[in-house]
Ligand binder design. Structure first.
Ligand SMILES: Cc1ncc(COP(=O)(O)O)c(C=O)c1O
Length: 486
């Protein structure tokens, strides 16, 4: 039983009722402060739909509940003791808990080998068995080596249930049934623009379908991530082509957003009291980009909403990986910490200067021919001469490196950088050694270490993401399998 006013649940089914979206109070819709809304004085009012307020703290708990519930209604859960899904994030966290409450004791997660140990531990914490599969974080559903495909086959062979969020209609249906109607009611039907991140696209398909049935003039911005810009839960335009749901017909505009701006905006929202994760910052940036292109000169009130899928907690380490150190307060007496490593301090006091160069400056150092010529040589598999005296070290993971890298680069894992700097005596003799990582922060630490070895270290500002954004020459390793497209 539940008391809606007091929001209490009791009795044998208390927890199941608590997790049942039909019995829940609406997740909050909160107007963001003017300090985060550059269009407030033009009449635009921006609201955050806080799906982090759901009992399992994430939006995927709605499709997870609906996929299990529909299967149960169809009588399909009889005799099933295991749920298997390809996910390392919110979907499997939610399935793990809801399935157990519905009487299915085991969950198995097929996860990409690129997932962090922290994420896997979160799954193990919830009692889920983890199976690592060699595949990109956003796999191609039609690829027979993908976890999505394997989950389908293994479920069939073993009488397990594979919800299959990529093509199960109960995924978008959940948002048609719950998220869409809530937004419609909470805005009094006045919503005119919606911003949603695109992952499986279940959210956009369900919410947009509901809202546009109510008012076909409502516009929807689908937000995808820029290439080589990781943001948890969402896909690049290339990766969205693999999705079977008809998300294209449910959006009016598409905006591409990058990693750093997403994490930064999410942190700003958190600091302003809205405790939402990176893909929420991502959706807001996409919405703001769209608003910057619209004519708002009439000053008429315009109600816009963006969807906040979850909280920052599962990603806390990633904020420190992607954002610059200057974004965070310093730790006083950090050297007293037990595991303190002083890579950037010399004589306990002075920060060793590292040369920071932009991608174009690095390009001009290492190539004497212009970009078009180098690209043509790469395409026709000719040699591409690097200027002598320079070396490039790429610290991203092996699959990222194999997918693409700057010509002439060697791959060294960040874990091995100390050994490399110690053993490779030739590095000291070079005119410059350029360090590359995803966004230029890890490479800065490696460059600091290199300077201590007397190496003329250069940090590539903005890392591979910026180099790729400028479309500067990149090559793919021979051994790279094309399915590792990032
Ligand atoms: C954190 C996060 N943001 C956004 C999304 C995208 O939602 P959808 O899969 O409905 O497109 C997901 C999906 O897994 C997610 O986990």
């Amino acid at each position: 039983m539940r008391d809606k006013l007091l929001n209490t649940f009791d009795g044998d089914n208390a927890v199941l009722d608590f997790l049942n979206p039909d019995k829940a109070i609406y997740t909050p819709l909160v107007e963001i402060p003017s300090s985060l809304n550059p269009y407030r004085n033009k009449g635009v009012r921006i609201f955050a739909k806080m799906m982090n307020s759901l009992p399992l703290a994430n939006i995927k708990s709605l499709p997870a509940y609906n996929m299990l519930f529909k299967k149960k209604l169809d009588g399909g859960l009889g005799g099933i003791d295991t749920v298997i899904e390809n996910s390392s994030g919110n979907t499997i966290f939610s399935l793990a808990v809801i399935a157990r409450i519905m009487g299915i004791p085991h969950t198995k997660a097929i996860c990409s080998h690129q997932v962090s140990h922290g994420k896997l531990n979160l799954l193990r914490f919830l009692g889920t068995e983890v199976i690592v599969n060699e595949e990109p974080i956003c796999p191609d559903p039609s690829d027979q080596t993908s976890g999505i495909y394997k989950a389908k086959v293994w479920a069939k062979d073993n009488n397990w249930f594979n919800p299959g969020q990529y093509d199960n209609e109960a995924n978008p249906d959940a948002h048609y049934k719950w998220t869409g109607p809530q937004i419609w009611e909470q805005t009094g039907g006045k919503i005119s623009l919606l911003g949603v991140g695109l992952g499986t696209t279940g959210t956009v398909v369900g919410v947009s379908r509901f809202l546009r049935e109510k008012n076909p003039d409502i516009q929807v911005v689908g937000v995808s991530r820029m290439q080589n810009n990781p943001v948890p839960g969402v896909r690049t335009n290339n990766l969205l082509r693999q999705i079977a749901f008809d998300w294209k017909s449910q959006i009016n505009f598409q905006e591409d957003v990058g990693t750093v701006e997403s994490f930064k905006k999410s942190m700003e929202l958190c600091r302003a009291g809205l405790f939402v994760g990176p893909s929420s910052g991502f959706a807001l940036v996409g919405l703001l980009n769209r608003l910057s292109k619209q004519d708002l000169s009439s000053g008429e009130e315009k109600i816009v909403v963006f969807i906040c899928p979850d909280s920052p907690f599962p990603y806390i380490n990633e904020y420190f990986e992607y954002l610059e150190e200057k974004e965070f307060p310093r730790i006083e007496n950090e050297q007293l910490l037990k595991n303190y490593q002083p890579p950037i301090l010399k004589n306990q006091q002075t920060i060793i200067p590292v040369k920071e160069l932009s991608p174009r400056e690095v390009y001009n150092l290492i190539f004497s021919e212009d970009e078009g010529v180098v690209w043509n040589k790469i395409k026709s598999k000719q040699k591409y001469p690097l200027n002598s005296g320079y070396r490039i070290i790429d610290l991203r993971n092996e699959e990222e490196f194999e997918d693409h890298h700057i010509p002439g680069t060697e791959h060294v894992s960040f874990h091995d950088i100390d050994i490399k700097l110690k053993k490779d005596k030739k590095l000291k003799k070079e005119k410059g050694v350029i360090f590359v990582c995803r966004h230029g922060n890890t490479s800065r630490i490696a460059a600091y270490k290199a300077v201590q070895f007397g190496i003329k270290a250069i940090n590539l500002q903005g890392g591979d993401a910026e180099w790729s954004r400028l479309n500067l020459p990149r090559i793919r390793s021979e051994k790279c399998i094309s399915r590792f497209c990032l």
